[in-house]
Design a protein around this ligand. Structure first.
Ligand SMILES: *Cc1c(COP(=O)(O)O)cnc(C)c1O
Length: 382
């Protein structure tokens, strides 16, 4: 096995960290280990079993992502939500208090607002580090953030959140899906655990559901203990596919960053567009925070049409960019949060959350940026 090497840079770790060489043939790819039963003799570990998260393909992915996020250990799940629910359920108990960033991925919002509440966890929603601090109580156990957030790309000061959490001995978790480990390593700022929907950029090809968490041995140990009972692991074929996707993560994210920066700058000057949200733009309210903690600003953009009534016509005229949910793949996708991720909110709640009816979220792919600009410009022509 390629032990993650501390001196490897990200591009190298994407290709090599964690991968197993094929001992039988010398093949350079991790073989797909399909067994659910492993013989006892000559085995140091007598309890190899897919649901115990310890099959070679699961470990290859876990080690690769742990190396990329600069953490001690990783755990690979069957979806992003399995990773998020696994971490939250492993570390929260009835009577605990948990603080969540208010603008979260819809699935996480529902998990906290409905399921965790049902299990007797007190949930508090807050926007800023100051609001987080004011919300801390003696029974606060956990603080959960997302940066950049969906769909307005808010960025929160990771070092300040980590410092607050450590001061009050609270576990801090971040969903780092939008940034990817190529652009942002929250553990370096003192955040305790990093979560990813690997369905998005880590796999990168819109053909697989998976999730990952990276943290210390101790925190992952508790998560694994719970997850073995919960049963949400990823099986070997899918692990192999995810490992393969991860090998090009660095290259893909570089292209996503460049394309999104190009498109954001272009859209900012477009007369049909009222506002562009991209942390790489100097005009973004969190640009300074983002510049301090991100090496690149990612592939996600959102923007507001001046005339929301034209939304359907604009989407219908796109030929290259596909109107679709999800994000983080090589192909560019666009969606209207008011009709998709945030359709469950009332108009008033959406307004307060900053989700206007003319808002579009664009997951910028790795196509040639000139083709993307041409497609959008044509669609925006009145
Ligand atoms: C998609 C997504 C999730 C959930 O991941 P699944 O793989 O769909 O379960 C969580 N967080 C963010 C930011 C996401 O975009």
């Amino acid at each position: 096995m390629n032990e993650p090497n501390q001196t490897w840079r990200q591009a190298t770790a994407c290709v090599h960290a964690g991968s197993h060489l094929d001992e039988l043939t010398g093949g350079v790819c991790t073989p797909i280990y399909t067994s659910t039963a492993y013989s006892y003799p000559n085995r140091a570990n007598l309890n190899i079993y897919p649901r115990y998260f310890n099959v070679a393909n699961q470990q290859a992915v876990a080690r690769k992502v742990a190396a990329l996020e600069k953490g001690e250990e990783g755990l690979v799940f069957g979806s992003g939500m399995a990773a998020i629910s696994g971490m939250l359920l492993a570390h929260l108990s009835p009577g605990d208090h948990a603080i969540f960033q208010a603008d979260l991925y819809g699935g996480t919002y529902h998990l906290a607002a409905v399921e965790l509440k049902r299990l007797g966890v007190e949930i508090y929603w807050a926007h800023t580090v100051e609001e987080f601090e004011a919300a801390v109580r003696p029974n606060t156990r956990l603080l959960y953030i997302e940066s950049p957030s969906n769909p307005l790309l808010h960025c929160i000061d990771l070092a300040a959140v980590a410092q607050l959490a450590r001061k009050h001995r609270i576990l801090s978790l971040i969903d780092n899906t939008f940034a990817t480990p190529v652009n942002q390593n929250p553990l370096e700022f003192g955040i305790d655990a990093v979560l990813h929907s690997a369905t998005k950029y880590l796999n990168g090809h819109s053909d697989l559901n998976a999730g990952v968490v990276v943290s210390s041995k101790e925190i992952i140990g508790r998560a694994r203990e719970f997850a073995e009972s919960h049963g949400g692991m990823l099986e070997s074929h899918a692990c192999y596919q995810l490992e393969r996707g991860l090998k090009t993560l660095f290259l893909r994210v570089k292209a996503h960053n460049e394309n999104a920066a190009h498109l954001a700058a272009h859209l900012q000057t477009h007369p049909a567009i009222a506002r562009v949200n991209y942390p790489g733009l100097a005009a973004h309210p969190d640009h300074a925070v983002a510049a301090r903690q991100m090496r690149g600003f990612g592939g996600m953009i959102s923007f507001e049409l001046r005339e929301p009534g034209r939304m359907d016509a604009v989407l219908a005229r796109l030929r290259l960019i596909t109107p679709a949910l999800s994000l983080g793949g090589v192909e560019s996708l666009i969606c209207a949060p008011s009709r998709t991720s945030h359709r469950g909110l009332s108009p008033g709640e959406r307004r307060r959350a900053g989700i206007s009816d003319g808002l579009l979220r664009l997951s910028v792919g790795v196509e040639d940026a000139r083709d993307l600009v041409e497609d959008i410009d044509r669609a925006l022509e009145s």
